[in-house]
Design a protein around this ligand. Structure first.
Ligand SMILES: Nc1ncnc2c1ncn2[C@@H]1O[C@H](COP(=O)(O)OP(=O)(O)OP(=O)(O)O)[C@@H](O)[C@H]1O
Length: 254
């Protein structure tokens, strides 16, 4: 791939003695959606968390190999500062997890943490723009002081997306972002993902083959800690090269 936004090379992850990810190589294309699929426990989330060093928070976890963001190393002595890295590579989790604060303060959290935006008109504009881009502004503009936790599940997840994009990340990692949502809320988030890729590079872990096919341009199939196959989503779903991929996408195992 020419000029990938992020790369992983020989990436391996141990939890204690257990090898969870084995020598994984992957390029993440800029302004595209890359889906990570595979059976439970195959290492998708572990891989995703390596991209913004979220695994650092797990005591037993050891990472080896290289990850880059715009050719800069993510790990090692010359690695990007982890706080800065997480501003550049944001994350949306499986369960919507708004802070027990107002809708406004949820979105303002990142810009305040990183000292990016002045309070007042400038912050108001960032809040509005982020909520608009997350497709939530129309639903919440007249109740920004209410608690984020009082929104519906789907709205909470879009609030978490607004919170992630408020710091203008370059990459957004999504770990099964729709698994706690109903079909209508899921459809909204999927539409949003498609719009967001104009501005951001997106990596999404999903258990839903339909979702991977609908939202992504590239798909990587993981099995037992390795990448078995990676390619254009259409090719992976219509003409996979590997029997294991074929077996998984046709539901023979999972
Ligand atoms: N914090 C942890 N401590 C110990 N082992 C872990 C930890 N997190 C994950 N693992 C193990 O690492 C392996 C990969 O897990 P991971 O969560 O990355 O898989 P996954 O493909 O995302 O699974 P799922 O689809 O079920 O979420 C599994 O065997 C899992 O049990």
């Amino acid at each position: 791939m020419s000029d990938p936004k992020m790369t992983a090379r020989s990436l391996a992850v141990h939890y204690g003695d257990k090898l969870a990810l084995k020598e994984v190589d992957l390029d993440i294309a800029a302004n595209q959606v890359t889906a990570l699929i595979g059976p439970s426990g195959c290492g998708k989330s572990t891989f995703l968390r390596c991209l913004n060093r979220m695994n650092d928070t797990i005591d037993t976890c050891r990472v080896s190999g290289q990850v880059t963001l715009d050719d800069e190393p993510v790990y090692g002595p010359d690695g990007i500062d982890p706080v800065l890295l997480r501003a550049r590579v944001g994350m949306v989790f499986q369960r919507p997890n708004p802070f027990p604060k107002s809708i406004y303060d949820n979105v303002a959290f990142g810009p305040r943490l990183h000292g990016l935006v002045a309070e007042g008109d400038e912050m108001d504009a960032v809040i509005q723009r982020s909520l608009e881009r997350a497709g939530l502004w129309a639903e919440v503009h007249d109740r920004l002081a209410e608690r984020g936790t009082g929104l519906s599940g789907g709205q909470q997840q879009r609030l978490c997306i607004a919170r992630a994009i408020a710091v203008e990340p370059e990459v957004i990692l999504m770990d099964e972002p729709c698994s706690a949502l109903d079909p209508i809320a899921t459809a909204k988030v999927e539409e949003l993902i498609d719009e967001l890729r104009d501005s951001f590079t997106i990596v999404i872990v999903t258990h839903s083959m339909q979702q991977a096919a609908r939202v992504s341009q590239f798909t990587a199939f993981f099995h037992l800690g390795k990448i078995i196959e990676v390619g254009a989503t259409e090719q992976i779903f219509t003409a996979p090269a590997n029997d294991l991929t074929q077996g998984y996408i046709t539901g023979r195992f999972g």
